[in-house]
Design a protein around this ligand. Structure first.
Ligand code: PLP
Length: 377
């Protein structure tokens, strides 16, 4: 199989599975238990939290494990709205966020909030100036993703943080960094965001684990889950120790030869782009700078057909987000692509282990599809 859909999810690394297996078999005590078996689980959990926090550039006590990126996004938006309920009921976000953010904002809208959704330009970019123009006295939250999952566009979150500081805004800044963590270098302690969402399964960790960074500006945080007081009383529930250990191990693995991995993915993306654009009818979508995500369109050739055809040949790429339940993706709709271009959008996403041979196989298969199938009318 040639797997080129790493923005959707990633395979669990062998070392990660081994670590989890060890925790499941030998270290599955309850971290809250008082006896040594529990204390050992607590020690391991502390070490895992420290490892992920170090990679993110924050203190371990600022990092809270969750079950996924979606949960982190939901929690971040709820807690910011709650903390800033006296500031006002205005939220700024972008029209191209993941649905975990958009739907959370929509829920708040139903509760009386006003939501400004910043439109991207035709390349998929959103600027800090757009935030500046939309900012109000009563803005309680700005939520802007760091890397867009469909275009790979990197958004100016640090610039927005600086802008909020300059303006003396009380708005909290949340960034969904699910696609950015360990793909685009940034540190929590310099980025300036108050809340940062992460997810394990985009980094060769298993599904079912994520994290939320909660910075020092978030005081009196409302607990997400009430109960036994785990995660410093903010997200109760016995910790998923094996998943968390897998997350920490995956982070450690990513950090080995980190710069070389990023450079490899960036070079591979350029290699893929050059060859894909040589196919008649292929155009690039957006100008995303993230090294692992490339969006293109085989204009006029419905992406669902391409994905099925290539899938049958063992090549996995995505159109899923492009055509969600038969509807055009909100991202491409916001970018105002014309109908035929939007219909043909494909996302190719890479990992550090992706090879040029895999890209060559994709290019040949796509070329064959173009030559043997009919475009839409
Ligand atoms: N945010 C972004 C940008 C994503 O790409 C995804 C997953 O695709 C999520 C959030 C949701 O993460 P999870 O699948 O861990 O819930």
């Amino acid at each position: 199989m040639i797997y080129l859909d790493h923005a959707a999810t990633t395979p669990v690394a062998r070392e990660v599975a081994d670590t989890m297996y060890d925790v499941l078999l030998n270290g599955s005590g309850n971290p809250s238990a008082q006896y040594p078996y529990g204390a050992a689980a607590k020690k391991r959990l502390d070490a895992d939290r420290a490892a992920v926090a170090a990679a993110l550039g924050c203190k371990p006590e600022e990092l809270f494990f969750t079950s996924c990126g979606t949960e982190s996004d939901n929690w971040a938006i709820r807690l910011a709205a709650h903390q800033n309920r006296h500031v006002g009921r205005h939220i700024i976000t972008t029209a191209v966020e993941h649905s975990a953010v958009l739907e959370s904002c929509r829920q708040l809208e139903q509760e009386g909030y006003t939501v400004t959704r910043l439109a991207p330009d035709r390349n998929g970019n959103v600027t800090a100036q757009q935030v500046a123009d939309a900012l109000r006295e009563d803005t309680a939250l700005v939520s802007m993703m760091l890397v867009n999952n469909e275009t790979g566009c990197v958004f100016p979150v640090a610039e927005v943080a600086a802008l909020l500081r300059e303006r003396g805004s009380k708005a909290l800044l949340h960034t969904d960094a699910v696609q950015a963590f360990l793909k685009v270098p940034f540190r929590a302690d310099t980025l300036g965001a108050d809340l940062i969402s992460l997810s394990g399964h985009k980094l060769n960790a298993p599904k079912g684990v994520g994290a939320l960074y909660i910075g020092p500006c978030c005081r009196a945080v409302r607990p997400l889950l009430a109960g036994g007081g785990q995660e410093r009383g903010l997200r109760s529930g016995t910790e998923a120790t094996a998943q968390i250990a897998g997350f920490a191990r995956a982070v450690e693995l990513r950090l080995e030869d980190y710069e070389a991995k990023l450079a490899h993915m960036a070079a591979l993306k350029q290699y893929a782009l050059d060859r894909l654009l040589a196919i008649d009818g292929v155009v690039r979508i957006g100008d995303g700078a993230a090294p692992h995500i490339l969006a293109i369109s085989l204009v006029g050739y419905p992406s669902a057909n391409v994905v099925t055809d290539l899938g049958g040949q063992g090549i996995c790429i995505s159109a899923g987000s492009a055509c969600h339940r038969g509807k055009l993706s909100h991202v491409y709709a916001a970018m105002q692509l014309d109908k035929k271009t939007a219909a043909g959008v494909l996302r190719v996403s890479f990992a550090p282990e992706t090879t040029r041979e895999e890209i060559d196989a994709l290019v040949s298969a796509l070329r064959r599809h173009r030559e043997t199938r009919f475009p839409m009318l």
